[in-house]
Write a protein that binds this ligand. Structure first.
Ligand code: FRU
Length: 482
């Protein structure tokens, strides 16, 4: 019966209390998934950043752990990553007991307040007990800010096997920088990427670099994720990606267009796990947006993570990433009701659509359709397909509490309709108290949005002049907290 406050998600990760933003230090080791996160344990708004910590055996149910990293005289602990230094290249542990190493940004508030622009540097810390207790490295920072780059942060480190070295990607305002190291403590600058490519409506944040095999082929490509704030397609914060090559020194791409992971406004700063095979490239994002993150109507705690999602790379004419909840979520579905078909103007009722998962299919070329969730106070949340514009959409403009910040309900969130192009299109919707995650064809299109209905939605109405919904499955989802 813990965590039953109104709007508290029941099968998504949330901190026990207080403010959370970006996921940090995602790492799989010894059968355990580690999730660290930007955390301010003293208030439900952003403040001096710590790293919170949680662990999971299956990427769905989480156990809260003690706070991992506290601010110190070098600054607040901003976003970053973690690796297992199995060969003890850093010398911070032993081969028998290798160190878990966190690489993060120090943000020196005094420096910023004093009007300097070298207040962000990169530091490391290590743990010899699987993340329970941490020691800061004695010679921090390991990457200084020599030339005064105001935005110089969010290091993501990975082991690059072909060149037998660690590669670190960080962001510097309008581009990414790559560094290499043999030991995690001394770093050499390699190259820049991105000044004149991609979206630049705001500052680049939270990069991630990894290799993926194109599904159904042997072709391998490198993917670079870059979060950007503001400048996302539906306003505020969002995550773009580039598909290209990385040779151990530089990242190159032939990509011309701008690609986004998600077209909702609430999937930001997402990155992937270290320590997993490439075929299990697993992502989690912060389910909020800097436009209104501080204003959402929750008490005690603020914001949740997306469901853990598997990333896969596909190629039709062009490359595209899919992101779709990991299979483990299927073990949490129960009490399903199935309907062979649902026809125009048909309504289903339920005690609570806000702790549910809904799967269905549509046959043939897509025409207009809409699903509308509503309740007795007549809040309305709709989603569907608009044929004229060729977009999928989520419309939360009348979904409940929407007035806490003007940009929250400013517009319908539209996504260019990316599908597999098959005869049949598949859809999944995950609703959990204060969020909706809408996926088409296993994440070819994704729309993630927060919602704050005045009461749970109890009616779902389907409308379409052309379509029927086929093989509809409405399932409850088990709550993850004891
Ligand atoms: C992204 C971000 C990061 C930074 C952190 C601070 O949301 O702005 O760039 O490290 O949040 O909390």
């Amino acid at each position: 019966t813990r965590f039953r406050e109104s709007y508290r998600p029941q099968y998504h990760f949330t901190p026990p209390e207080k403010w959370m933003n970006d996921p940090n230090g995602l790492l799989f080791y010894n059968d355990t998934y580690h999730l660290f996160y930007q955390y301010y344990p003293d208030d439900i708004v952003w403040g001096p950043m710590h790293w919170g910590h949680a662990t999971s055996k299956d990427l769905v149910a989480w156990k809260h752990q003690p706070v991992a990293l506290y601010p110190d005289k070098l600054g607040y602990i901003f976003s970053g990553s973690a690796v297992m230094d199995l060969e003890n290249t850093s010398g911070l542990g032993t081969k028998e007991n290798p160190p878990m190493v966190a690489i993060f940004t120090y943000h020196l508030m005094e420096g910023e307040t004093a009007g300097r622009n070298d207040f962000q540097t990169q530091g490391i810390a290590y743990s010899l007990d699987e993340g329970q207790t941490w020691t800061k490295y004695k010679d921090n920072p390991v990457i200084a800010n020599p030339t005064g780059i105001r935005d110089f942060r969010d290091p993501k480190v990975m082991w690059h096997a072909p060149s037998q070295q660690w590669i670190l990607t960080l962001v510097a305002g309008d581009h990414a920088k790559f560094y290499s190291s043999k030991n995690l403590t001394s770093w050499e600058y390699l190259s820049d990427f991105g000044k004149d490519i991609g979206a630049h409506g705001g500052v680049w944040e939270c990069p991630d670099l990894f290799e993926l095999t194109v599904e159904g082929s042997d072709e391998k490509r490198w993917v670079l994720l870059i979060s950007i704030n503001p400048g996302a397609p539906n306003g505020g914060s969002g995550t773009q990606y580039f598909v290209g090559d990385f040779d151990g020194t530089t990242f190159t791409t032939a990509q011309k267009d701008i690609k986004w992971i998600d077209y909702g406004t609430d999937n930001y700063a997402g990155v992937t796990y270290n320590g997993l095979p490439d075929s299990e490239r697993t992502f989690i994002g912060w389910m909020s947006n800097w436009n209104y993150a501080r204003d959402t109507p929750t008490e005690n705690w603020r914001s949740a993570m997306t469901l853990s999602r598997k990333l896969t790379l596909h190629k039709n004419n062009d490359y595209y990433l899919k992101n779709y909840p990991v299979a483990a979520i299927n073990d949490y579905s129960y009490g399903s009701n199935t309907y062979k078909k649902i026809t125009n103007n048909y309504s289903l009722t339920s005690a609570n659509f806000n702790e549910m998962r809904i799967d269905f299919e549509i046959e043939g070329a897509l025409h207009d359709f809409e699903l509308k969730f509503s309740n007795i106070p007549n809040d309305q949340l709709s989603l569907g397909y608009d044929m004229e514009k060729d977009v999928f959409y989520v419309d939360r403009r009348r979904s409940g509490k929407v007035n806490f910040e003007p940009r929250f309900a400013k517009k319908v969130h539209e996504a260019p309709a990316i599908t597999d192009g098959n005869d049949k299109t598949t859809f999944s919707i995950f609703m959990d108290a204060s969020s909706i995650e809408f996926f088409v064809d296993q994440g070819a299109t994704a729309i993630t949005d927060q919602i704050f209905p005045n009461e749970p939605y109890t009616v779902m109405t389907f409308t379409s002049k052309k379509h029927e919904l086929k093989n509809v499955k409405v399932s409850k989802v088990k709550r993850i907290w004891e």
